[in-house]
Design a protein around this ligand. Structure first.
Ligand SMILES: Cc1cc2nc3c(=O)[nH]c(=O)nc-3n(C[C@H](O)[C@H](O)[C@H](O)COP(=O)(O)OP(=O)(O)OC[C@H]3O[C@@H](n4cnc5c(N)ncnc54)[C@H](O)[C@@H]3O)c2cc1C
Length: 365
C-alpha cells in the first residue's frame, strides 16, 4: 500500500517520511550509492508535488510551507534533500518558461516522479566565472542550437532523463553576451555524464561534469533565451538564495538535537547547548522573516549565519561524541563533513567573502 501523501508541513506523514530517511542516512553516506530508495519514498509521499501548481498536478505549497518542508527533510537526510533541490530548481525553471508545449510535455510526469531532472547552471553563476571563455557555448543552427563544452557540476546527471543546462551564445565562434537555457535530453548524441566526483560529503548525490560534444538541441527544448542574464528570468535555482540557508539550518538542527539528547546524562553540555539552541532560534526567525519578505536582512547575511551555525553545531556534536563520533558511520562526523558543503555550494562572492571573514575572526565589510 502506498503511504499517505504529505499535504502540509504539519502532516503526521512528514514525521514518518523523515524517520525513514534518517534511518537510511548512515548507509547512504557509507555506500555513496545514489539515493534511489529515498527518492522513491519522497515520490510516494508526494514531496515532488509540493513545488508545482495544481495546473501540473502539484500541491503548490507557498514559500513558507516549502521552507518548513525542506527543514524537516534536510534534518533527516541532507544528501537526499540536496538532490531534491536540484530537481526542483530544474522543474521551476520549466514552470516559469514561456514554452507551453515543453511544460505540458514534462511537468505532469515530473510531479508524478515518472521523470527525473536536475540543473547544470553553475557556470553561469558561481563556477568558472574567472575564465576568459565560457566553458559551455551554443551556436544557432537550423531548427535549434549546437552545444559544445561542459557543465562543471551536475548532480545526478546519469540518473536524469534531462538536465536544465545553461550555455553562452556564440556567433562564428565569437562569444556574445546572450545565454540560453535548454532542457537537454540525456539521450542525445554527444551528451556524456562524467564519473561522479568523490567528495568530502554528499558523494551519494553523484555530482560530476556533464560533457557536450557537437550536441544538436531542437528549438522545442528551449526553456529561456537566448538573452542576457538568462538566470534572472523567472524563478528557479538562483544562487545564494534562502534555500541554501534552509538546508544549512536543517543540518544544524540534527546536530543540536543530538547534543540535547546527550545532555540528558551530561549536565556539562547544558550551557553550550542552550547557546546553540538560542542561535538556532534567531537564525530560524530571520529565515522566516526573509521568506515572508518582512526582513531587510540580506540573503547573504542570512546565509553566512546559517553556514556558521551549521559548522559550529556539527563540530559541537562531534566534540560531545568524542572519538566515537570520529569513526565513520557516526552521524556527528558525517554532519561535520556535510557542514563544509555549505562553504562551497552556490556561494556568490559576497557569501564567500563573509564566510572567509568569519573564519578569519574579523567583521565582514
Ligand atoms: C557537491 C556539489 C554539488 C553541486 N551540484 C550542482 C548542480 O547540480 N548544478 C549546478 O549547476 N551546480 C552545482 N554545484 C556547483 C556549485 O554551486 C558551485 O558553482 C561550485 O561549488 C563552484 O566551485 P568551483 O570550484 O567550480 O569554482 P570556480 O570559481 O570555478 O573555482 C575553481 C578554481 O579556480 C580558481 N579560481 C577561482 N576564482 C579565481 C579567480 N578569480 N582567479 C583565478 N583563479 C580562480 C580556484 O583555485 C578554484 O579552486 C555543486 C557543487 C558541489 C560542491
Amino acid at each position: 500500500m502506498s503511504p499517505k501523501k504529505i499535504t502540509s508541513p504539519e502532516d503526521p506523514a512528514m514525521g514518518e517520511l523523515c524517520a525513514e530517511l534518517a534511518g537510511l542516512a548512515r548507509e547512504l553516506d557509507l555506500s555513496n550509492e545514489w539515493p534511489a530508495r529515498q527518492l522513491q519514498l519522497c515520490g510516494e509521499y508526494g514531496v515532488f508535488e509540493w513545488f508545482l501548481d495544481p495546473e501540473w498536478g502539484g500541491q503548490g505549497w507557498d514559500n513558507q510551507a516549502i521552507v518548513h518542508g525542506y527543514l524537516a527533510l534536510s534534518s533527516a537526510c541532507l544528501t537526499t534533500t540536496f538532490v531534491i533541490t536540484q530537481r526542483t530548481g530544474a522543474c521551476r525553471r520549466i514552470a516559469s518558461s514561456s514554452n507551453g508545449e515543453l511544460q505540458a510535455e514534462l511537468l505532469p510526469d515530473l510531479v508524478r516522479g515518472k521523470l527525473m531532472t536536475t540543473v547544470g547552471i553553475s557556470h553561469l553563476t558561481t563556477s568558472r566565472r574567472h575564465l576568459a571563455r565560457p566553458v559551455l557555448c551554443a551556436e544557432r543552427a537550423a531548427g535549434g542550437y549546437v552545444l559544445n563544452g561542459f557543465s562543471p557540476w551536475v548532480t545526478g546527471a546519469a540518473q536524469s532523463d534531462f538536465v536544465v543546462v545553461g550555455a553562452t551564445m556564440t556567433v562564428d565562434d565569437q562569444v556574445t553576451p546572450e545565454q540560453l537555457l535548454v532542457a537537454l535530453p540525456m539521450n542525445l548524441p554527444g551528451v556524456v555524464a562524467g564519473e561522479p566526483a568523490q567528495m568530502v560529503g554528499v558523494t551519494a548525490s553523484h555530482t560530476g561534469q556533464l560533457q557536450l560534444q557537437e550536441v544538436f538541441v531542437e528549438d522545442r527544448w528551449v526553456v529561456a533565451g537566448p538573452l542576457e542574464n538568462v538566470m534572472s528570468v523567472g524563478i528557479g535555482a538562483g544562487s545564494g538564495g534562502y534555500q541554501t540557508s534552509t538546508l544549512a539550518l536543517g543540518l544544524a538542527r540534527s546536530a543540536i538535537e543530538f547534543l540535547a539528547a546527550e545532555s540528558v546524562q551530561r549536565p556539562e553540555l547544558g550551557t553550550p547547548l542552550e547557546a546553540l539552541q538560542q542561535n538556532y532560534q534567531e537564525v530560524h526567525n530571520q529565515l522566516f522573516s526573509v521568506v515572508r519578505g518582512e526582513s531587510d536582512c540580506l540573503t547573504e547575511l542570512l546565509r553566512q549565519r546559517a553556514n556558521s551555525l551549521a559548522l559550529r553545531s556539527a563540530q559541537a556534536a562531534l566534540a560531545a561524541a568524542k572519538g566515537t563520533g570520529y569513526i565513520l558511520g557516526h552521524p556527528a562526523g558525517r554532519w561535520c563533513r556535510e557542514a563544509l558543503f555549505f562553504l562551497v555550494w552556490s556561494c556568490p562572492q559576497p557569501v564567500l567573502s563573509a564566510n572567509l571573514c568569519e573564519l578569519a575572526g574579523i567583521a565582514s565589510e
